[in-house]
Ligand binder design. Structure first.
Ligand SMILES: Cc1ncc(COP(=O)(O)O)c(C=O)c1O
Length: 380
């Protein structure tokens, strides 16, 4: 059967391909240490697991669930945004739970983009913004992020270009893969830019609670709801990546447009998962402190590993990764990681999978136990 033309616009996801190769090496008996992907290896809190277990015998637990999620889940998300970001939302109309924030990228694209519309997206950035734009028939237009600019777009330079066809702009602060943050002032500049040019600004914010001293939401900027949406996720904050729980927040009209797409694609999220998510969102300060404690120790070791490789990095970056610049005169990122995989059996993500500005960089995931990082250091 001939596949749809749209499939010609995208490739299989890098990690889907590369991890097959890594699995092959594991099957050959190679002692692979995987520092590639940001899939938390830590467990969700015991309360979350208990809540899930208890929920499976509740009446109606196995029926289809509401397209908008349980009212209690939306209320918990609303309270979480109020407590953590001082952002007020109407739980009945300004929040839509998602099955992971990744699916939200497609839903937002389907809800707001026509073929030929332009989408501004970060280079380097999460590859899904590009692939979803292409699958929809929109035109991805990268904006350049550079270390010397703090990985923040040059908005003045962008304004010198024709923005008339731009409909959506993706940003992600704290930024993946670099771990750069954007101050409130910088977020205000983004909101002003979006408003001025009639662009829907979407902040993809799944790393706001990993090693971040000052979690920030784009919706905390005055007037942001007029032109901005925010995606968030329980994957990294609560070690629940496999549960697939995310959320999108924004004004009622924007959320309704996304619901129109989503309600035609799935039939609600499993009840037990929603109950577990509610328990997670109610976690106290201890949860966040404990998470940071583990990642801080791992990051210190990862810095040591990066030192061994002669890489440089920003100690103040946040999130679940250490983004490293390869030493001067090094081979390209992909050659570099392939050689490390072959010689040392350690898998690291090459910066190029996040765009051309990732050339010369590699990304270490902190989802690796301390003993394994120590072992990796030993191997060098
Ligand atoms: C920047 C960014 N956005 C979104 C996602 C997707 O997260 P989720 O598990 O919520 O779908 C990831 C996952 O790694 C990510 O790095």
């Amino acid at each position: 059967m001939i596949t749809a033309d749209r499939l010609k616009t995208v490739q299989e996801y890098y990690f889907s391909r590369k991890l097959r190769e890594v699995r092959g090496l594991i099957n050959e008996g190679k002692p692979i240490i995987n520092m590639g992907i940001g899939s938390p290896d830590l467990a969700p809190s015991p309360e979350v697991l208990e809540t899930l277990k208890d929920a499976i015998t509740d009446i109606g637990a196995h029926q289809y669930q509401s397209y908008q999620g349980l009212p209690e889940l939306r209320a918990a998300i609303s309270q979480f945004y109020k407590d953590k970001f001082a952002v007020e939302t109407d739980a009945s109309s300004e929040i839509l739970p998602l099955m992971g924030s990744k699916e939200g990228i497609m839903h937002i694209g389907m809800a707001f983009l026509n073929e030929g519309d332009e989408v501004l997206l970060p280079n380097p950035g999460y590859p899904t913004y590009t692939s979803v734009s292409k699958l929809i028939g929109a035109i991805p237009r990268t904006y350049e992020l550079k270390e010397e600019n703090g990985w923040f777009p040059d908005l003045q330079e962008l304004e010198q270009t024709d923005l008339s066809k731009v409909k959506v702009m993706w940003v992600s602060y704290p930024h993946m893969p670099t771990g750069a943050t954007a101050s409130k002032e910088k977020l205000t500049q983004l909101v002003d830019f979006a408003r001025k040019h009639g662009i829907l600004l979407v902040n993809d914010n799944p790393y706001s609670f990993v090693l971040s001293q000052n979690p920030t939401s784009i919706l905390s900027i005055s007037g942001a709801k007029d032109c901005a949406l925010e995606l968030n996720s329980l994957s990294k904050t609560f070690n629940m990546a496999g549960w697939r729980v995310g959320m999108v927040l924004g004004n009622k009209d924007h959320i309704n447009a996304i619901l129109k797409v989503k309600s035609n694609m799935d039939s609600g999220m499993f009840y037990g998962i929603q109950k577990g998510a509610i328990a997670a969102l109610k976690s106290g300060k201890e949860w966040f402190n404990a998470l940071d404690e583990v990642y801080t120790k791992r990051r210190e070791l990862m810095f040591q590993l990066a030192d061994k490789l002669g890489c440089s990095y920003d100690r103040n970056a946040v999130g679940m990764f250490v983004w490293c610049k390869l030493p001067k005169g090094s081979v390209g990122s992909e050659k570099f990681i392939d050689k490390v995989l072959e010689d040392k059996h350690i898998f690291i993500a090459p910066g190029t999978i996040f765009g051309s500005n990732g050339e010369g960089y590699i990304r270490f995931s902190l989802c690796v136990k301390e003993e394994k990082i120590k072992e990796a250091i030993e191997r060098f």
